[in-house]
Design a protein around this ligand. Sequence first.
Ligand code: HEC
Length: 419
Amino acid sequence: MEALFGPYGVEWLNLLVRWLHLITGIAWIGASFYFVWLDNSIRPPQAGSPLAKKGVMGELWAVHGGGFYNPQKYLVAPAELPAELHWFKWEAYATWLSGFAMLFIVYYFNASAMMIDRSVADLNPAQAIGVGLGTLALGWLVYDLLCKSPLGQREGLLGVVMFVLIVAAGFVLTKLLSGRAAYIHVGAMIGTMMVGNVLFVIIPGQRKLVEAMKEGKSPDPIYGKKAKQRSVHNNYFTLPVLLIMISNHYAMTYGHAHSWLILAAIMAAGVLIRHFFNLRHAGKVSVAYPIAGVILLMAVAIAIAPAPRKPAQAAAGDVHADAHAGAVSAVAAGHPDIAKVQEVIQQRCASCHSAQPTQAGFASPPSGLMLQTPELTRQHAAKVYQRVVQSKDMPLANLTQMTDGERKLIGDWFESGAN
Ligand code: HEC
């Protein structure tokens, strides 16, 4: 019971809030994809038909779950306000709220391990959290101003400017925070813009429409137009945001020296692929967009592929020659044996990666990875190699101060068979 008030309880909170975030995110983005598809797929009714006379500008027929559906879109609004009107907003708000809570649970409560990388910038936790929260607020303010400025009238140009600004934010963040925290804050910043669009533009615009109708006036189409603009932006933001949210599991992206550039390329690929679907719903199939997106992703994968290391050359005998001198001096050895590797792992990794971590804030081994015995280290050799030698993002924030010599030792050990 007591454990619930410690790191163990935080793990549960993490799991449950993450679950909620996923569910609300699916509901929000699912509804949003559906309405984009609907908007692009409806076809105008025949001129002079009863539907057209009612003010319907488009309709379609669909079959789903054993029933036939016939949605119709009115421009600007039906003649009379229906008795019951469904709104879509809590999906968005709940996604943002649960995401914001995740920032605290995962990052802000554990800022020194999760946000700060001394090899990037020597911030203290308060500064790192300030950078994080500041990014969310500033991102929304700048984006909203740009949309309302004359630039807001020029969709294509606005898109390019926003892309450049988001990449610039990513660049600055990777110079201040750990790669992982930088990525998640770019994602959270875009997510905040998306929710800001719902809360401050789309929903108030819809309220104005409804109010005008209640007063018996014909609603001003400007509110619909503004809402539509933001809704289109949200649509293009979706794929990049989702990618960023899962990128935390892939150290090859955020752990790279030019992680901001990788982020830019992946986001661009997401936008290109989304654009294909938007065009396709409207009946235009342009495969050039997804092909360009896929080529971009492949180019990134090739560009950041880890370079082969120099093969270990020294003779096996060297290992024994300095076996007494401790793990660090075994760096020169060609075929390091597991005992030396385990010594390093014990010192640099086991505080987190063991059955009962001693590192503050960890109730269980992260990702379930335990490395406290040579057998376990052998079993997970490939993973260890990937994170310690290739992406170099373990130990987390290099809290345990692993040296380059020790990374080389593990590299040599793995490449000579990981025995
Ligand atoms: C301060 C705590 C901490 C230390 C020290 C640490 N890690 Fe980790 N490690 C984590 C966390 C948190 C994760 C989960 C998040 C992630 O995958 O990045 C993780 C994940 C991993 C993973 C991915 C596991 C999987 O199945 O996805 C590997 C491999 C790994 N660590 C290896 C190491 C090695 C090797 C060391 C020592 C050189 C080390 N870690 C030191 C906290 C730590």
